[in-house]
Design a binder for this molecule. Sequence first.
Ligand code: GLA
Length: 385
Amino acid sequence: MDTVKLKEIFKHIYETGEPATFFAPGRVNMIGEHTDYNGGFVLPCALSFGTYLLIRSNGGNSIRLATTNFEYRAEVTFDQPTQKQGNEWVNYPLGVIDQFLKRGIPMKGFDMLYSGDIPNGAGLSSSASIEVVTAVALDEMLKSELNRIEIVKMSRAAENEFVGMNCGIMDQFAIGMGKTNSAIFLNCRTLNYELVPMDIEGYSIVIANTNKRRELADSKYNERVAECSAALADLRKARPMIDLSDMNLREFIENQHLIPDETIRRRAHHVISENERVKKAVSALRFGDLVTFGQLMNQSHQSLKEDYEVTGFELDTIVSHAQLADGVLGARMTGAGFGGCSVNIVRYGSIDNFIADVGEYYTDYTGLTAEFYIASLGDGAGSLM
Ligand code: GLA
């Protein structure tokens, strides 16, 4: 992204001087899907593409928001409660501003210009990236000296309380805390984490975007969150539990009869088995056993398809073919699902063939055109100067 050009656009829109520049990445999750809001384990990485935010105090009592990605702009005053604006992108920054106001942090007037190079709705966390870049920038501009974990929590709260998506903490955490060439092994209950080097020499992380719009994704996502709560309520007949991740797989199998509804039982089975896969995948990565790591990715997809039912025709088509392609160690959907992207570990020498072969097969079966990105893993959010 050309930040010099962005600064010119900023000065043109707001007819003002030099802004400060901030950046927050997108994320790709290697394994551990739909476990975060169940107090479980995840293994995401920050990407090198993301969202830029140019910001400058305007000395007034309003915040003006614009982006190079959409036409829609907004101006809000902060002496009254922030209002949600339809389904517009501004709800993500507005939700973050709302969090600052709720904490009693004195607000100031700002002009803000966003620019993102994360494909929208692809499940690579463009929304969390906007939230975290907003929180990091406001923290610095307002000198509120929040610690990074607090910024991560406020960004998630913006999504839960303002946007109305009951997401877990994985995306905001990865975006706030990521490190180059590392995955974050995070316990979403305690927020204890370890950086695990993504030593995959000879291989690359290839992201395949199905370009399938994630219709109704938010409502189906919230439905899964509710189904997990129902499973938890049933399993609490066995013993006190804080969340589903309190049970390991063996204990779940002994107690699954406590969940009368077959669908709800499968949801819980996914979450609990996925936690075990994440732990095994981290060990495999540490031992340099990429074959096992890849097999666990494949198993994760299967579980998300059969037990959790968040994959769908397009993701299943692209993943099933990728898993069989030459030079591929593992392939699975990444993010919330219902469309979006898959993540694949592909041998260097096979990448061109992989893209050509999987792309062609996918188009033949779905009529859609997939896009492929070779992921490079970057740092978490911060100031660019
Ligand atoms: C979305 C949410 C995350 C997480 C994933 C699924 O990305 O924002 O909190 O639940 O889906 O693992």
